[in-house]
Design a protein around this ligand. Structure first.
Ligand code: G6P
Length: 362
């Protein structure tokens, strides 16, 4: 079955490798032959009545939500807020007049997220759960559901559910933007882009050696590490940092590249690993100058860049995709870095200490 490890030493590696296949499955599940999208008209109707979206999630799913906000705002022009479920539950933001709630949850069982959904239902607001688990609590209790079709995710550290969440959010944005009559969205050939993403992911997972080597050189003995990025790359930096700390126990933070100099650069010393994600031509030079600043202080720098902004010496150059979908590719080498760092340090990468796959207490 899909939940067997087969020839893989760990589920995490298997699940990283499954991502190209998940992208292809999502294209099949959500697109008709004629390119139209299989999303319930009622859901699109409810969405179109909203004046603001509230994405609520925890952990990795929260980080997928940060990318979702970029997609909703940049492509479909609807204001979108992303909230950590445990904060929202007890300190809710001031809501707009017509809010619509999107719960992102791999398991569909996270207590913090459910707590918010219960409140949302009590107030009579419409909601959508995007989950990997059919008939899970958050599936049953929300007004609408979209499934991730990622297959069972066994490793505690989430990988394929993150990329599936971003892809499903992109599909939802496309359907919503089309229903709204947005020309740019109509012209955005998402099915073709997701197929490109699948091919790009395949190239990245086929080149594990490079990342394994960087992990060995930079992460085998370090105490801390930093990820940098701007815009959508900052969203990726936060997820990449969570992944690395979860499985390698290296204290890792994801920073908005420009913010590093406002304090955290004090932590950079000889040999500190700094990994920068650079995909946006508008900010590439700024982030490059941030990496120069840490290099000058002795940091070991790794750069993950997209082809358009790549420079000689960048450790990973990503295959070309639409810039808004770049997180689907840029996250892959960071997942592999986390995996190899954990192995090299001698840990059980599938079952990191103190963590549970789904947290059903608040
Ligand atoms: C736990 C897991 C994380 C996950 C988070 C949210 O903390 O260890 O990997 O991201 O819960 O889970 P969910 O199922 O709601 O996406």
């Amino acid at each position: 079955s899909a939940a067997q490890k087969g020839a893989y030493p760990y589920y995490m590696l298997k699940e990283i490798d499954e991502q190209p296949g998940v992208m292809r499955t999502l294209v099949q599940e959500y697109f008709n032959e004629d390119g139209s999208i299989k999303i319930d008209a009622d859901l699109l109707n409810a969405l179109s009545q909203a004046d603001r979206l509230y994405v609520v999630a925890a952990g990795t799913s929260y980080h997928a939500g940060l990318v979702g906000k970029e997609l909703f705002e940049k492509l479909a022009k609807i204001p979108t807020e992303v909230h950590v479920a445990s904060e929202f539950a007890y300190n809710p933001p001031l809501l707009s007049e017509k809010p619509f709630f999107i719960f992102l949850t791999q398991s569909g069982e996270t207590a913090d997220s459910r707590q918010v959904l219960t409140q949302v239902n009590a107030q009579g607001y419409p909601s959508l759960t995007i989950t990997n688990v059919k008939a899970s609590t958050l599936d049953r209790e929300a007004t609408y559901t979209l499934l991730l079709h990622a297959g069972p995710e066994i490793a505690v550290a989430s990988t394929k559910a993150y990329t599936a969440q971003i892809a499903v959010l992109a599909i939802l944005v496309k359907a919503y933007g089309e229903a709204k009559g947005l020309q740019a969205v109509k012209e955005f050939d998402l099915a073709a882009e997701l197929t490109k993403v699948a091919n790009g992911m395949q190239e990245l997972v086929d080149e594990k050696g490079t990342v394994e080597k960087v992990a060995k050189e930079m992460l085998e003995t370090t105490r801390n590490a930093f990820y940098l990025g701007r815009g959508i790359d900052y969203a990726v930096a936060q997820e990449a940092a969570l992944k690395l700390k979860e499985v390698s126990y290296i204290q890792t933070e994801g920073f908005a590249s420009g913010e590093l100099k406002h304090g955290t650069i004090a932590l950079i010393e000889e040999g500190t690993p700094v990994i920068a994600v650079i995909t946006n031509p508008k900010t590439a030079t700024h982030t490059r100058s941030n990496t120069q600043e840490v290099l000058a202080r002795g940091a070991n720098v790794m750069i993950i860049s997209s082809r358009g902004v790549a420079q000689e010496g960048d450790q990973v150059v990503l295959p070309d995709v639409n810039p808004l979908l770049s997180p689907l590719l840029s996250i892959v080498p960071t997942q592999l870095l986390a995996y190899y760092a954990s192995l090299q340090r001698g840990y059980d990468v599938d079952k990191p200490r103190n963590l549970a796959k789904s947290v059903t207490v608040e």
